[in-house]
Design a protein around this ligand. Structure first.
Ligand code: URA
Length: 433
């Protein structure tokens, strides 16, 4: 067996590792035998030299097997997971999980917290009074059997290799590496026991991947590695050139998700959920094709089953299910202000990341992992790309618990919304499937 230093040198020189090499690397790192500085060197070598799909698949398996594997064998059939590479206003999971579960396909999802300009599903869920995101394995299986869905925090003992490596990548300039991102995402899905995965790779100013080429390369590798590991994978590339829907924050996003489950959501969020949901129903074997899947989803919304599943889910995880009928039960920050258009014209574009940063300045996001967030803070856009606006018309409503936060957030927001004279083409929601 090669020593750790030989493995670092091999990758530095562009050599391909064997499966045994990769397993040795991960087990040494997780056991603490390999210090952070050696893993940092290897990560940089992998970042610069790349990893083959086979190496990435071995890395993924070794990471997934570095801790406890969630056991969902008691739940029959295909268990679906859905993952988004993250964006601004992306509350898709809050809609999609109950919507798909209401049509008979179990959804089990382990989610993360938000860091920086993209919000985290767990933070959004915790804005529902009483909602708990931690759960023992037995309770998780029971909930999946009873109501067909569960969304939890990834527990500490699941995929510890990813936790250690991600923290190190964050401070060593090695996050934006396609093989490392693929291993990080898929290892969590494998450890979480999903056998079919829908991956939403966001592309645009609010996403991790800013260009189509980068997003396409990531999407293809996610698919290739997922399939090498025997998972059914569907990968879509979707727009993040403007925030998804209109709400950006935590409780404000839950509120928008509830409206979408009632069939009253913003068109882009609704369309994304129907399109992804239809793919999930096909993967889950309850629809023969996506058109049938879409009809099943629309029926579930119209008949109130999607919303009823949402309520059952919230109640099962200790939350106040009355929020479904009365969103005023959700926290909302005490102060509000309306940002108005400095000139008339059309909204021609967004710096979506800038909108996310404005929400963060209001208290809705966190700069460091340990920072507290204000679950009732955020913003709601009154205009999106293509909307005509008059000078002085509302562009967004901001919510904060401290009115002193408005000035910098407003400045950031205004710098992130482009207004021009010519009506723009609407952005394409689906770039590629
Ligand atoms: N999301 C993840 O889970 N891991 C990465 O490396 C990047 C995005």
């Amino acid at each position: 067996m090669k020593s750790i230093i030989e493995l670092i040198e091999a990758k530095r020189d562009g050599e391909e590792h064997s499966e045994e090499d990769v397993r040795h690397l991960i087990s040494s790192y997780v056991s603490g035998e390999m210090p952070d500085y050696q893993m940092a060197a290897w990560l940089m070598a992998a970042y610069l030299r790349g990893l083959s799909s086979a190496e990435t698949a071995w890395l993924t398996t070794a990471m997934a097997e570095s801790g406890r594997m969630v056991d969902l064998s008691a739940v029959p059939g295909v268990i679906l997971d859905k993952h988004s590479t993250g964006g601004v206003g992306d509350k898709t999971t809050l809609v999609l999980a109950p919507l798909v579960a209401s049509c008979g396909v179990p959804v089990a999802k382990m989610s993360g917290r938000g860091l920086g300009h993209t919000g985290g599903t767990l933070d959004k869920l915790e804005s529902i009074p009483g909602f708990s995101v931690t759960m023992e394995q037995d309770a998780l299986v029971r909930q999946l059997q009873d109501i067909g869905m569960v969304v939890t925090a990834q527990s500490e003992d699941v995929d510890p290799a990813d936790k250690k490596m991600y923290a190190l990548r964050d401070v060593t300039g090695t996050v934006r590496s396609i093989p490392l991102i693929v291993a990080s995402i898929i290892s969590k899905k494998v450890a979480g026991c999903a056998n079919a995965i829908v991956l939403d790779v966001k592309v645009g100013s609010g996403a991790f991947m800013k260009t189509e080429d980068e997003a396409r390369a990531l999407a293809h590798e996610l698919q290739r590695v997922g399939e090498l590991l025997g998972r059914k994978v569907v990968c879509v590339m979707t727009d993040m050139s403007q925030p998804l829907g209109r709400a950006v924050g935590n409780s404000v996003e839950v509120c928008e998700a509830i409206r979408t489950l009632k069939g009253q959501g913003p068109p882009d969020l609704t369309e994304l959920c129907l399109a992804l949901g239809a793919k999930m129903l096909v993967l889950g074997g309850v629809a023969d094709d996506e058109r049938i899947g879409r009809d099943l989803l629309l029926d579930s919304i119209a008949e109130g089953r999607a919303l009823a599943t949402f309520s059952a889910w919230v109640a099962a995880q200790g939350g106040d299910a009355n929020v479904a009928e009365n969103p005023a039960l959700l926290p909302l920050a005490e102060y509000a202000t309306v940002v108005t258009a400095p000139r008339g014209g059309y909204v021609t574009g967004f710096d979506a990341e800038g909108v996310g940063r404005a929400a963060m300045l209001l208290g809705a996001g966190r700069e460091t992992k340990e920072a507290d967030i204000d679950l009732g803070a955020g913003l709601v856009l009154e205009a999106k790309i293509g909307d005509a606006i008059a000078e002085g018309a509302p562009l967004a409503t901001l919510y904060a618990s401290d009115a002193g936060l408005f000035e910098s957030a407003q400045e950031r927001l205004l710098a992130s919304i482009m207004i021009g004279d010519d009506e723009p083409e609407p952005p394409v929601l689906f770039h590629e499937v």
